[in-house]
Design a protein around this ligand. Structure first.
Ligand code: AKB
Length: 337
């Protein structure tokens, strides 16, 4: 069996490391990685090749590769992007644009649709105020799409660019014999929590940061109010959803952008769970107005019925299973508590 050639950008990030490990475990993939940083030890032995540097400049190299699938994970997350907006635009939009052009070019020239898997985010939504957030509850893909952050604007725009390149580019779909178009598929992720890595630069980071701090016996001052609620997901479910979307037959897909959900909990729920596992945990609340504003603009939860209907999506971890069967056993091994 010939190996599928896969590119994973942003491979050193949380999703990148977990994805590379899962692809290697599955087998049958030649994994090429790229990132600004060198690969960490956790995955360096699993990649056939690593291209280090800024994707916007390095993308030319990839025109010589025959990728079947591109996982474009490289991104500047919401809190960081709000401070360095121009840099965020370059990473989140220009980097994506360059890779989309590559995928579109190769698909048309070689008559083989390159799959482009793009992690989008609940940041693509923008609730006008907290009262509307509470009232709206669980939202669908096409609702409330007026993001309040640079990162959210970047993600929403790239969803549109990807849809454009995979369906309408050059308006060639109107030709009698249209060329093969690339195959763009996006997932809007909630906040992700891994037992093995910590996020950086995001705004949902308070969840994982609080749990990792509690497990290490370190004090933690949470930067949002106790009643703050958004949806979260275990990292293994995030990886599972990307691979399910990759494997889904194209004819089953009724849209290019899918919500996925697992469990919506408050910052206080995180604290209570942390305290019941680590009773001496020292967790306080010191809301940061800017970061609070970002999370308040994200919906309480998302409706993922399209993903469930089109490609049988269902998370393995609800909130109880997340803590009892994934996070706590792994984190206890990791920090020896
Ligand atoms: C962030 O907080 O920026 C990310 C996200 C929700 O996309 N984790």
């Amino acid at each position: 069996m010939t190996e599928k050639q896969v590119l994973v950008t942003g491979a050193c990030g949380e999703i990148g490391q977990a994805l590379v490990q899962e692809l290697a475990k599955r087998g049958g993939y030649k994994i090429i990685t790229s990132d600004l940083a060198p690969l960490p030890d956790s995955i360096s032995h699993l990649a056939a090749e690593h291209v280090q540097g800024d994707l916007v400049y390095k993308v030319k190299i990839f025109y010589d590769y025959d990728f079947d699938v591109i996982f474009h994970l490289a991104a500047s997350l919401s809190s960081k992007a709000e401070i360095a907006t121009e840099e965020a635009h370059r990473i989140n939009v220009e980097g994506t644009m360059q890779l989309l052009m590559l995928a579109a070019y190769r698909s048309e020239k070689y008559g083989k649709a390159v799959k482009f898997i793009f992690p989008s985010s609940i940041a693509a939504y923008g609730m006008p105020d907290i009262a509307m957030k509470r009232k709206a509850g669980t939202v669908r893909e096409e609702e409330w799409d007026s993001p309040h952050t640079m990162y959210g604007c970047n993600k929403l725009y790239c969803e549109k660019l990807g849809t454009y390149y995979s369906r309408f580019h050059g308006q060639k779909h109107l030709d009698e014999h249209p060329p093969v178009m690339m195959d763009f598929r996006a997932i809007r992720f909630p906040g992700l929590v891994s037992a093995f890595t910590l996020p950086s630069g995001g705004t949902s980071d308070y969840g994982p940061e609080m749990l990792h701090a509690a497990a290490q016996g370190k004090p933690y001052a949470c930067f949002v109010r106790p009643d703050t609620i958004i949806s979260f997901m275990a990292m293994p479910d995030a990886i599972k959803s990307m691979l399910m979307l990759m494997d889904a037959p194209r004819e089953n897909l009724t849209t290019s952008v899918y919500n996925v959900a697992a469990f919506a909990i408050t910052a206080e729920d995180f604290r209570q769970r942390a305290l019941s596992a680590f009773p001496s945990a020292d967790i306080t609340f010191e809301p940061n107005p800017r970061r609070q504003g970002i999370v308040d603009s994200w919906p309480e939860d998302v409706n993922d019925s399209r993903a469930r209907a089109d490609w049988n999506w269902k998370p393995d971890y609800d909130v109880d299973r997340f803590f009892e069967e994934y996070f706590l056993p792994e984190i206890r091994k990791r920090y020896g508590k």
